[in-house]
Design a protein around this ligand. Structure first.
Ligand code: AMP
Length: 402
């Protein structure tokens, strides 16, 4: 699939600008002094790197890349406009926490020098890695900061970072349709480890008082890097294709070259779970998430979705299904508690296209019912004969081995 630059122009320029409530900076601050100073210091330092510095590509050959194509230039400018927005949000947090702005630092100078020196390809790679590592950072800040407006800010930034990472994934898939090379992979993980290590070296002293350990940061960074890499076209596919006779060798030097993506696209629910699309979540953990159905059969209609993307119920490990149903049960009770007009709940799980499954990522519908809501799943069914019922009972019992 070719890289759809128009889609990204729409995303950065329009869709992602909707529904962005400003963090409630004026809420009373209830942090103890140690935590407040640490949080202010780490965010002030981050403010400089995340959009506070030169908010554009600064590699020596960056202009050549921008000038190559009007759409490429637009996408890059819109992407950096989001970085500038992060700087503005972080400045709001630093002001709220009474911190001091940072104008220069060794880490910042090193970061810029590495971006400048090795060309635009390398700079794009560094920026991608910084987005992945920053995602780990903002997730930890969101979890440990203890301040609602800062959490609201992290939510906005994390949403943007998810878009940036998806953008890089599509860019690289178009750029390396036959898989990234082993040296690309090695450099990616080495740079990722270096970036995470550098982040801990420069921010560890402020993250520790917030309750964040080095292990928390490294394991989230590792997960983020591995997850990103797993979803790129795989190099084993590349190898097998290279052996096809008559295969034309393609140049991989252009950053935004169009190409095919030789791997199945993630489901719309995976995009939601990775914050690449908006959703109204009621719960999320490592195994299962729940969010409101965008076309509710009745108000409150919620979907319970395992994080692991499997299309069919038979491929879902039973322990995950247990999580799904346990959460479905809790959500049902929560809906009843939230709305006294709800007097019943339907569960619906469509397994297979002929069962009405539209999204090939198994999920449980939790549908609130109210007296007289008029929702009907089917017309009146004929009463089955006992022989048919017994026959089915026997066949299913045999399948269950009972
Ligand atoms: P199913 O027919 O069981 O596969 O159900 C798919 C459900 O996903 C439908 O009820 C859709 O309304 C719902 N759905 C599709 N896209 C979204 C989305 N972006 N956010 C929330 N729900 C969605």
């Amino acid at each position: 699939m070719p890289m759809n630059l128009a889609k990204w122009i729409r995303h950065f320029g329009m869709t992602n600008r909707l529904d962005r409530p400003e963090p409630e900076w004026d809420l009373p601050l209830a942090l103890d002094e140690k935590k407040r100073t640490a949080l202010a210091a780490t965010l002030a330092q981050y403010q400089l790197g995340d959009g506070g510095g030169p908010c554009r590509l600064i590699a020596r050959d960056a202009e050549r890349l921008r000038a190559a194509d009007e759409e490429v230039r637009k996408v890059i400018d819109l992407w950096f406009a989001e970085e500038a927005e992060h700087s503005r949000l972080l400045a709001g947090a630093v002001r709220r926490l009474g911190g001091t702005f940072v104008e220069d630092s060794f880490a910042f100078r090193l970061f810029n020098r590495s971006r400048r020196t090795f060309g635009a390809q390398f700079e794009m790679k560094v920026l991608l890695i910084v987005e992945i590592v920053s995602t780990a950072y903002y997730r930890l800040i969101r979890k440990h900061c203890g301040d609602l407006p800062v959490r609201q800010m992290c939510r906005l930034i994390l949403r943007d970072e998810a878009g940036h990472i998806a953008f890089h994934r599509e860019r690289l898939s178009a750029c390396h349709p036959e898989g990234v090379s082993w040296h690309w992979t090695t450099a990616f993980f080495l740079l990722g480890a270096a970036c995470a290590g550098f982040l801990w070296m420069s921010h560890g002293r402020w993250l520790r008082p917030l309750g964040v350990s080095a292990c928390d940061l490294f394991s989230l960074c590792r997960q983020g890097l591995a997850h990103f890499h797993r979803r790129l076209p795989s190099s084993s596919k590349r190898k097998s294709r290279q052996h096809l006779p008559g295969k034309k060798k393609e140049s991989r030097s252009i950053i935004f070259r169009e190409g095919r993506v030789p791997f199945p696209m993630p489901s719309i629910f995976t995009h939601i779970l990775e914050n690449e699309l908006p959703a109204s979540f009621v719960h999320r953990d490592e195994v299962v998430a729940a969010f409101l159905d965008i076309q509710p059969l009745t108000p409150g209609h919620t979907l319970v979705v395992p994080v692991r993307e499997v299309a069919s119920l038979s491929d879902l490990p039973p322990e995950i299904l247990t999580h799904v149903t346990a959460l479905g049960q809790e959500i049902g009770s929560a809906i009843r508690a939230a709305d006294p007009s709800v007097t019943g709940i339907n569960w619906l799980l469509c397994d297979g296209r002929d069962a009405g499954q539209e999204v090939p990522h198994i999920h449980l519908h939790v549908i609130p019912r109210r007296k007289g809501d008029g929702l009907r799943f089917a017309g009146k069914c004929a009463t089955a004969g006992r022989a048919d019922l017994d026959d089915w009972a026997a066949r299913i019992a045999t399948g269950l081995g009972r």
